[in-house]
Ligand binder design. Structure first.
Ligand SMILES: Cc1cc2nc3c(=O)[nH]c(=O)nc-3n(C[C@H](O)[C@H](O)[C@H](O)COP(=O)(O)OP(=O)(O)OC[C@H]3O[C@@H](n4cnc5c(N)ncnc54)[C@H](O)[C@@H]3O)c2cc1C
Length: 130
């Protein structure tokens, strides 16, 4: 039977909660991890699609320097592939969009993220303002 006393209760088994619960448990703490949904992962969600899989949520590790996620992937022998920022873009009706323009905007947006605003504000609002 599960113990009724815990050192820590972690609420939510997305990446943050999973990491917190794992770290605490490895340190010998008694941890109760709670998740409201019927699966763990939170906004990371891999689902079957055709003969393969598709990511409905997070899939990219943004940067390799000082990245806990990257370090964790390497420690766990996860294959990590670099991906150049050069996408082909399609509208929902299947027609090709202006990929060059979208790639320019994407590069601009990612550059802006490296220069955070002095006061916190929603990311979309900040990028639009810049
Ligand atoms: C479409 C999409 C694409 C993304 N792409 C990327 C990407 O490529 N790279 C990247 O770095 N980030 C990406 N992100 C962001 C990334 O998913 C989040 O930063 C990350 O999932 C946050 O982790 P978290 O554990 O803090 O929260 P979450 O992943 O949101 O997990 C929270 C968990 O807590 C549970 N929960 C909430 N309230 C309760 C409660 N009261 N009781 C029990 N359980 C509860 C939820 O069900 C959920 O499972 C993306 C997000 C989305 C939506």
């Amino acid at each position: 039977m599960a113990p009724l006393n815990y050192d820590t209760i972690v609420v939510g088994m997305g990446p943050s909660g999973t990491m917190a619960a794992t770290t605490l448990a490895k340190a010998g703490k008694r941890v109760l991890a709670l998740e409201a949904q019927d699966r763990i992962g939170g906004r990371v969600r891999t689902v079957p699609f055709g003969d393969g899989i598709v990511e409905l949520g997070a899939e990219w590790i943004h940067g390799t320097e000082h990245s806990r996620v990257y370090e964790l992937a390497i420690q766990n022998n996860v294959t990590v592939l670099s991906q150049p920022l050069d996408y082909k873009m399609y509208r929902s009706d299947g027609s090709e969009a202006d990929s060059a323009l979208v790639n320019d905007l994407l590069t601009f947006s990612l550059g802006v993220v490296d220069e955070p605003p002095p006061e916190p504000e929603p990311l979309g609002q900040y990028i639009t303002r810049r």
